[in-house]
Design a binder for this molecule. Structure first.
Ligand code: ASP
Length: 459
């Protein structure tokens, strides 16, 4: 018999059905047992009477069961509008227990469960409606983004996760090489260089829902790995990139979050210097009513300084990343005017959070080389780190630019969650631990040996 789901039974009064799922609650009376059966679509009330009662009384909460039964209408007074199958119940004729559940570490109905426990038992936390709804909303939003961009002629390309360091200003996660002991891959801080190489390759429009890896010290809402909508376009300019993102996010919100109100009809473009002067921040919260979390104040910030002074290293560093183009008036003289030089960077802010950064890139190899060397890289250093990109740029590179919205943060705001962990299936703690898998963890001596690694004694 075909399995019937909770959201289908309302229409099947009088029919025999087979259903499968979790016994969310088992309420036993002397002569009747009620079970709320949960499947991916919701709950169905099962009614068990007669000779099955004794067996049903032994079913523990959260055990997985299969039943056969008949759908009957509920008496008018017992109709429950809150559940998908609220007009009916199922009179059980046969029940079998697929797997018995032991008592759970926390009741699924309990609201006040510490985050530590929720993360250790994430698979139980996801059984709860709030988290599973968030994951479904995330999936629907990702699908919207994909469809939107594919319609506009973008190509979705996966780029390597085991690769070489790309400078985005954070520490790299390193992966030791077994084939060449003593050498390392790095997990990408973003697909930045690959997407630029795809522009050299002639794809013209690329996107990817990509994982990025940055080994940063814990700061509230950061995750060691996070997800970006990474995209890049050739023969473009900053207005075109900003308009594309504005169009994408406006239509996504209208379709999937129709309850939201936009503070501005069009996303304003604010100059960095003005924003700092007026709000003392480059990610101002521009909502008219900050207590209303259904209000969305998107805005772009533009005209960032090209460089920022790094006191600890006594050198200039790129404000965004070294591939970002200066504005045309500073292309020839940024070395002489490093403090004044502006760049073609743009950030997207939403309700006080930075949710995207991007730029028009330097596509002239000689300008790129000058930026690297101004930032303090030696000729050999440039060759070792970026030689592949500079060489690629010598074979015909189109002008190009892109952006990378951070999807975890965007979805957190849209779903009105406190923490980005609530929109990620298996997040790490604020200090980078995976409590479920218990990572990071020790590895075997043999694994280290194979990699040519030896641990220093702990101090
Ligand atoms: N790779 C950049 C980042 O991760 C985004 C971009 O410039 O497109 O911030």
């Amino acid at each position: 018999m075909q399995r019937i789901l909770s959201n289908q039974v309302n229409d099947l009064v009088g029919k025999s059905v087979m259903m499968q799922g979790w016994a969310q609650t088992v309420r036993a009376h002397a002569k009747v047992v009620f079970i709320d059966l949960r499947d991916r679509t919701g709950l169905t009330q099962l009614v068990i009477t007669g000779e099955l009662v004794e067996q049903a009384k032994g079913i523990t909460n959260e055990s997985v069961i299969t039943i056969n039964g008949t759908v009957t209408e509920r008496p008018q007074s017992l109709i429950n509008a809150n559940i998908a199958s609220g007009k009916v119940e199922v009179q059980v004729k046969e029940v079998s227990v697929e797997t018995v559940a032991e008592p759970l570490p926390f009741p699924l109905t309990e609201e006040k469960v510490s985050e530590e426990v929720r993360l250790k038992y994430r698979y139980l936390d996801i059984r709860r409606k709030k988290l599973s709804d968030n994951l479904r909303a995330r999936s629907a939003a990702n699908e919207f983004i994909r469809t939107f961009l594919l319609k506009k002629d973008f190509v979705e390309v996966e780029t390597p996760y085991i690769s070489k360091s790309t400078p985005e200003g954070a520490r790299d996660y390193l992966v030791p090489s077994r084939i060449e002991p003593g050498k390392f891959y790095a997990l990408p801080q973003s697909p930045q260089q690959y997407k630029q190489l795809l522009m050299v390759a002639g794809l013209e429009r690329y996107f990817q829902i990509a994982r990025c890896f940055r080994d940063e010290d814990s700061r509230g809402d950061r995750q060691p790995e996070f997800t970006q909508l990474d995209l890049e376009m050739s023969f473009t300019n900053r207005d075109e990139v900003m308009e594309l993102i504005e169009d994408l996010f406006t239509s996504l919100v209208k379709k999937l979050f129709p309850e939201k109100a936009f503070t501005f009809d069009r996303f304003p473009r604010l100059k960095y210097a003005d924003t700092i002067k007026e709000y003392n921040s480059d990610k101002p919260d521009l909502r008219k009513d900050k207590s209303n979390d259904d209000e969305l104040a998107f805005a772009f910030v533009v005209d960032f300084p090209l460089f920022e002074w790094k006191e600890s290293e006594k050198r200039y560093d790129a404000t965004h990343h070294p591939f970002t183009s200066p504005t045309p008036e500073f292309e020839d003289n940024f070395e002489k005017k490093p403090k004044e030089a502006l760049s073609l960077q743009y950030d997207l802010v939403l309700n006080g959070s930075e949710i995207a950064g991007g730029s028009i890139r330097i596509h002239k190899p000689e300008v790129l080389e000058r930026v690297f060397s101004f930032m303090g890289h030696s000729k050999e250093g440039i060759q070792a780190k970026f030689g592949h990109l500079l060489e690629a740029f010598r074979y015909g590179v189109p002008p190009h630019g892109g952006i990378a919205p951070g999807l975890d943060r965007l979805y957190t705001i849209l779903l009105k969650e406190e923490s980005i962990r609530d929109v990620i299936a298996f997040p790490k703690t604020g200090d980078g631990h995976d409590l479920l898998m218990n990572a990071p963890s020790d590895v075997d001596e043999a694994q280290l040996k194979e990699l040519g690694l030896q641990l220093r004694p702990k101090k």
